[in-house]
Design a protein around this ligand. Sequence first.
Ligand code: CTP
Ligand SMILES: C[C@](O)(CO)[C@H](O)COP(=O)(O)O
Length: 382
Amino acid sequence: MTIRAPAGYAAIVTAAGRGNRAGGGIPKQWRELKGRSILARALDAFAGFERVILVVHPDDMARAIVDFAGPVTIITGGETRAASVRAALDTLEGSGITHVLIHDGARPLVSDAVIQGVIDALQSGAKAAAPALPVTDALWRGEDGHVTATAPRDGLFRAQTPQGFFFTQISTAHRLHPGDAADDVELALKSGIRVAITPGSEDNLKITWPEDFQRAEKLLETRMDIRMGNGFDVHAFGPGDHVWLCGIRIPHEAGLVGHSDADVGMHALTDAIYGALAEGDIGRHFPPSDPQWKGADSSIFLKHAVELASEKGFGFGNVDVTLICEYPKIGPHAAAMQARLAEITGIDPDRISVKATTSERLGFTGRGEGIASIATVALMKG
Ligand SMILES: Nc1ccn([C@@H]2O[C@H](COP(=O)(O)OP(=O)(O)OP(=O)(O)O)[C@@H](O)[C@H]2O)c(=O)n1
Ligand SMILES: C[C@](O)(CO)[C@H](O)COP(=O)(O)O
């Protein structure tokens, strides 16, 4: 579930670093964990915020616009993390934003609970709040590969993000202390702002070193969100000389009757996706009473359902569509239908199945009165 932040809350996601310690060619935030970029995963967590400012390196601007234009404001950052945050705060100046949560784009596994903890602390009167974990290991000083001293760990915490502030206070703190800082809490403290510590999480790791990618992927495996949906649709035969099935025009002795192009396969698939998302059905999104959908190409409906799934952070495991009719024969067209559905949805063809069955001449499909279709989809997030 995505957090719905209170009105007046903005999120800043910093992604203008070069990821030198992580190595590996492209900067770490653009690399993928199980098919979704680290940065996209970090941004997903803040989809329920009124404003989201994404700070990227000038060299990454084109890539950012392709991946994220629309829901987020994309700006270029500075030489240091603090300079990047400052640029984002400047962008929000005069926008009416009252609170801001500042998050590392390199922390892709931040949970709703961690974010909610920061929001709750601010809503309950804290001037600033940030997640952290108490240090549990013993601390040493070392030199030349040897321990030179021990250090007390009492009262020590490992800082995480998002770090939350009143907008005007953190903005002023950044202006008064223009140098670099490890994080925004450091600048808040310099300005005398009291910062509440909220619960952090071991999963909220910052991808820093090469081995962190594998660690994050392992964690993702344990938090996969899988949704199933089914869809069923029927259209009766009527006058005409062709039918549309899964986006393919098939010559036939009759047409299918419907408000749109009556593509019964695509309708079942679209409803399966809405079902998996608990988003009702086609009728809710495209009311049959609305004349603009008369004769409409059903790919409009399918594309909408796919976009909705993507907005909610879901990818497709697989889709399976079954057409039930005596005629027309589907077998000769099944491969074209699979290819067309892949083209419309952007799903790999090997994750799309289109098959058919007769009903052994029983019932309305058996009597040749119409065509029915059943579809199943599996959506995955994680
Ligand atoms: N000039 C900078 C430097 C860092 N960051 C962002 O701040 C976060 C935390 O920084 P860090 O993990 O240190 O990232 P890098 O600076 O990219 O890493 P490295 O020091 O290994 O190059 C990252 O999301 C990073 O992209 C930023 O927006 N602008
Ligand atoms: C902001 C931060 O992630 C909090 O833990 C951290 O300070 C960034 O540190 P780095 O030195 O840039 O890796």
